[in-house]
Design a protein around this ligand. Structure first.
Ligand code: HEC
Length: 273
């Protein structure tokens, strides 16, 4: 027994030295890909979070980053991935979390920062291809002083025939004031705008989704047997409720809804309710 233990000691020692060495050898070029894959979509200039796109931006946030990833506050993903998985899940892998934590604990070595991969190009809209229908929402000025306000607006689709929506993207005009938007279809075409600030009901009859900061476009699965679409009947309106936070009084917004349809006559599209 004791002979066995002694014979393994040098090996144990070697493993410990190696792992300490590899943690210290990590520098920014190894960390940047983790940030690009998990963080910079929200944390870049012009998006909803402060930028984490350069070594000089990441370093002052080191302790905050460590805390945010250890507590699973970032990347934001309230669902429990040990229970159930979702499409477009935002979860840092155990390995990436360890690497990032080690790098922070070991003094955030710069190394040759020019070896870090380039940042992706972040466009104002994320879906490729020209939308089939672009609806400009009415311009409005927030009246929210001491409490949150809700506005309802309805935009005629102008369609003369029924179409199936396969994807849509809500593009906020003034992103910092849009808490969220709820998007529905008013199949009656009768809904009327309500800019009183207290429009709590959603005026459409068919809900197709939401927009919230950091959320990407909605793209339905498009291959049978899950070739899904939202039917947009001729003559209907897109009915949108926008929530703005208190303290935004006087600030303007003009957002946009971009719709992508299946081709006319596309077979076997399943209407999603
Ligand atoms: C979906 C968008 C989104 C993603 C992805 C995201 N963040 Fe954030 N992050 C935010 C927003 C918005 C805030 C500001 C609000 C807040 O403090 O909760 C924030 C705040 C933070 C803060 C401030 C402290 C704190 O805990 O609030 C840190 C640090 C941070 N993020 C680090 C990260 C890191 C590291 C990643 C990647 C592993 C990441 N974030 C991914 C949106 C995002």
């Amino acid at each position: 027994m004791s002979i066995n233990l002694y014979s393994k000691l040098p090996l144990l020692f070697f493993v410990v030295v190696l792992s300490t060495f590899s943690a210290k050898a990590t520098d920014y070029k190894d960390i940047a890909p983790i940030l690009i894959a998990n963080c910079t979509s929200c944390h870049h200039t012009g998006s909803i979070g402060f930028p984490l796109t350069l070594y000089s931006e990441v370093v002052p946030m080191g302790m905050a980053i460590k805390n945010a990833i250890q507590t699973n506050h970032m990347p934001p993903w309230p669902a429990d991935p040990t229970y159930k998985h979702y499409v477009k899940e935002r979860v840092l892998s155990v390995a990436d979390k360890a690497l990032l934590t080690d790098w922070i604990d070991n003094g955030m070595t710069a190394g040759d920062t020019t070896l870090a991969p380039p940042l992706p190009v972040y466009a104002a809209t994320q879906l490729y291809g020209t939308p089939d229908l672009i609806l400009d929402l009415p311009k409005f000025v927030s009246t929210a002083i001491a409490d949150d306000h809700y506005y309802c607006m309805n935009i005629p689709s102008g369609l003369l025939q029924d179409r199936y929506i396969r994807a849509f993207e809500f593009v906020p005009g003034n992103a910092p004031i849009i808490h969220h938007a709820v998007i529905t279809i008013d199949t009656t075409g009768l809904a009327v705008d309500d800019f009183s600030g207290g429009c709590f009901n959603q005026q459409g009859q068919v809900g197709i989704g939401d927009y919230a900061p950091g959320m990407g476009p909605t793209v339905l699965p498009g291959v049978a047997p899950t070739k899904f679409g939202f039917r947009l009947k001729a003559g209907s309106k897109l009915s949108i409720q926008i929530h703005v936070p208190e303290g935004t009084n006087g600030l303007k917004d003009s957002s946009q809804l971009r719709l992508y349809f299946y081709p006319v006559g596309e077979p076997n599209v399943r209407n999603v309710f």
